[in-house]
Every structure is written in structure tokens, then in C-alpha cells.
Write a protein that binds this ligand. Sequence first.
Ligand code: PGA
Length: 248
Amino acid sequence: MLRKRLVAGNWKMNLTPSEAKKFVSELKGALINKDAEVLVCVPDIDITAVSEAVLGSDIKVGAQNMYFEEKGAFTGETSPLMLKDAGVCYVVIGHSERRAYFHETDEIVNKKVLKAVEQGIVPIVCVGETLDQREQGITVDLVRLQTKIALKGLTEKQVAEIVVAYEPVWAIGTGKTATSEQAEEVCAAIRNVIGEVYGKETAEKTRILYGGSVNGKNAAELFAMENIDGGLVGGASLKLEFADIVNC
Ligand code: PGA
């Protein structure tokens, strides 16, 4: 296997800095898998506390969003320079909650992806369909387009180093996981479209995660699929169950 597995937690808007510190110290003791890369994407305000708490472990710290400018009059936003300086190495971009509640378009997602890469932060680019879109039979078309727009302007080498997360919106926080076949079908389609635009060799290197109600029970089956290189985990990343997901 060329691609190193990645299990990324997405804490969303949960855990205060002191709660985060306590949780990470428990998590450290529960992790035994040394083969997978382990990441926690935490609220910005928790980054410093979590960066200290992960010391002495292999857990990496990521952010859940960033702005596409480096500095200036953008009240309330966080710059990639700030994230980098605080020790962040990954950033989730275009999560469906950001698209739905904060009106992020594919074009904004693209600007953020380009800026993250330019600054040396690895973007975890989220794509995925709603239940309506799945029922209309347009899942693969839609996800192909989302992927193409999000990555526009990157070089082959850069695409090989980023991460894409397939997250069907209907599976997020609902307890309804996509079957491993459904997840594999779309992850394979993402790899195909990357191959069409950036070449097959690049596509073989890009890591593609599945996200949407991943838990300690279903992770092993999902991660065993050929085109699924790990997971983006929401709810279960706030419990020690996250260690079970990594360990499997
Ligand atoms: P979930 O969230 O695991 O709670 O479904 C996944 C995500 O939103 O990344």
C-alpha cells in the first residue's frame, strides 16, 4: 500500500480548551496502532492546549476551517499563517456544515484549498451529496464536479499530497453510515476524476477518506475497501471509541 492511512477526528464545535486537554491525555493512552496517521481537527481556540497535550505522542493537530487571505480586515476569521504558527498541519476545507450554514461555495472552497497548499498546510477537502441528490441519481456527477472545482489550479505534485474526504451529507451525524460498497463506489469515482485531470500516478497517491457516522464497529469494513484510505470521524472522535477506530 502506497498510501499511509489517516484517521482524522473532526471535533466540530465541541470541547473547551480544558476539556480538550483532559480528553487528549486519555486518548494518548488508548492508542496502540502505530501504522496509521492520527489527527484531531479541533476548534481554533483549542489548538494551543491540544498542541501541548499531544506532546510525546504521534497525534497531529488540525483545524476545521481557515480564511483564504493571509491577514487584514476580516473580522472573526483565522489566517493560514496563524494556524501554521500554532502548529497546525492539516485543515478541513469545505465541510458540508460550512457549505450549508456558512454558504461556502465550490469556488470559495477552491480559494481556501489553494491558499492552504501555498502555506504548506494539508487541506482535507470535503465533498458529498445530500439525500435528495442521491435519490436523483446524480451523486457521482456531483462529487466529480465538486472535486474538480476544489482542486483547480493545483499541480500534480500538490494533488498527490492533499486529502479528499467523501462525506455523504445524509450520513453525517445521523447514525446512517453509507455501506462500504456505496462509499467505495464514490471514493473510486473521486480517484478516477483525479486520474483524468492529474494523471493516474497522481491519483494513486492522493488519500481519500470516508466520513459519515464512522464508529468503532463499522470502521474496519470501510477502511478495508480499495479506495478508502481512512476516515473523517465526527461524533465518535469525541469519545475514546476514536482509539478503537484508529486501532482497527
Ligand atoms: P459524524 O461526522 O462522524 O458525526 O457523522 C462526520 C463529519 O462531519 O466529518
